[in-house]
Ligand binder design. Structure first.
Ligand SMILES: Nc1ncnc2c1ncn2[C@@H]1O[C@H](COP(=O)(O)OP(=O)(O)O)[C@@H](O)[C@H]1O
Ligand SMILES: [Mg+2]
Length: 377
């Protein structure tokens, strides 16, 4: 990875990421490609799994940025690279205006304190052999000079803050329900007074009845502490409830991004429309036309150089056009609402009509097929 040592750092705008003044985290042109071999005796072309490919966005103080998309689109990988659990293949992560890759040791230590994480599965993310006190107190033990008693007191306060009881610090994780375990994970993430918490599907492993409680807790903590969240989810209801800004990802590439309400009120990309149509409506009387995209998700291994969504469009693709051979850029269609610029990424009436699942037509077609077969026998 290229490192630039020049100071002061100039963080360039990227489409959809325009450095608002309250930005604390800037992600610019981030790529994570996994070498998945494919060479014979070390010869020939390498195969790359492009988990994320040129992703840029800003996370603002006290606000939530959401990454949404189907399983495998690169959400967790993005978080892992930001958290330093994976090395980026290319691109930069800036924290408070400083490139994380070229930070001093002290700067990096401060970055690790300021950016914490809560993971998806509250059953596997907590060490089963540790008591809650040790789990929640561990970051304090590692990163501070607090005494045992001070840590005990702080853990008690943290448990209260997430809606648990201080006496529960002597219990083990298996003595809690899923929702309570996620509260323990949140308490641990809060221990060092972070400014940003990365939330990887924080409620998707929980019972539906518990999800709202945990989301409300997160929103309350955000308001109280001015916390920023980077939230990853495949569930659109969670994203709409929690996120101020969002990006829709497909095969490691951002397809649509901007203000959450602007996107939900006027989803531009065919893929965003399909995700929304597939989400359960909040009321049983609401029916929606279900959009079924043609084609299949292509493999993220050695994807074609053009638009990654090309194989899912109902509109005919001109293979000689630039968009079929180069990644098309995001363009701003309305204030703070960006979408990939291709003829099919915009959910035009033509594209939508062609994609709406027509049950009656399907039945008619299969009856005709049966009649045709009967006639030919
Ligand atoms: N360590 C790894 N080696 C190879 N491929 C990986 C690795 N980690 C993730 N991937 C691949 O990267 C893609 C994105 O994965 P991930 O970020 O976990 O997606 P999501 O969180 O959106 O479900 C997937 O195709 C996944 O198989
Ligand atoms: Mg994931």
């Amino acid at each position: 990875m290229a490192t630039d040592t020049a100071t002061p750092v100039v963080i360039e705008d990227a489409p959809g990421a325009s450095n608002p003044s309250d930005t604390i985290l800037q992600v610019r042109h981030l790529r994570k490609w996994f070498d998945v071999g494919g060479r014979f005796l070390g010869l020939g072309q390498r195969s790359w799994l492009k988990a994320i490919d040129d992703v840029s966005f800003d996370v603002r103080q006290g606000r939530t940025f959401g990454l949404v998309g189907e399983s495998g689109c690169g959400k967790t990988t993005t978080l892992k690279v930001i958290l330093g659990l994976e090395e980026p293949t290319e691109g930069h992560i800036y924290w408070q205006g400083e490139d994380v890759a070229t930070m001093s040791r002290a700067g990096r230590r401060e970055f690790r304190r300021s950016v914490q994480a809560v993971f998806q599965d509250p059953w596997s993310s907590l060490n089963p052999r540790m008591r809650v006190q040790a789990i929640v107190g561990e970051p304090l033990e590692i990163a501070t000079t607090m005494t045992r008693q001070q840590i005990r007191d702080r853990v008690g306060d943290l448990l209260v803050e997430v809606g648990l009881n201080p006496y529960q610090m002597n219990l083990y994780p298996h003595e809690f329900s899923g929702g309570q375990r996620q509260r323990i994970g949140i308490a641990r993430a809060l221990a060092l007074n972070p400014e940003l918490i990365c939330l990887d599907e924080p409620v998707s492993a929980l019972d539906v009845s518990i999800r709202a409680q945990i989301m409300n807790l997160l929103v309350d903590l955000q308001n109280e502490h001015g916390l920023a969240y980077l939230l990853v989810a495949h569930n659109l209801a969670t994203v709409r409830y929690m996120c101020h800004e969002m990006a829709v990802m497909y095969l490691g590439v951002v397809q649509e991004m901007g203000d959450t309400e602007a996107i939900f009120n006027n989803p531009l990309h065919l893929y965003t429309n399909a995700l929304i149509s597939a989400a359960l409506p909040s009321h049983p009387d609401i029916t929606r036309d279900e959009i079924i995209l043609p084609g299949e998700v292509v493999s993220p291994i050695d994807p074609p150089p053009g638009d990654v969504f090309m194989t899912r469009t109902p509109i005919e693709v001109d293979q000689s056009h630039q968009y079929a051979n180069e990644r098309p850029p995001l363009i701003e269609m309305e204030p703070d609402h960006w979408v990939v610029e291709t003829p099919w990424s915009l959910a035009t009436d033509e594209a939508l009509q062609a994609s709406i699942y027509d049950e009656e037509a399907e039945i008619r077609a299969s009856e005709e097929e049966r009649r045709r077969l009967a006639a030919s026998n």
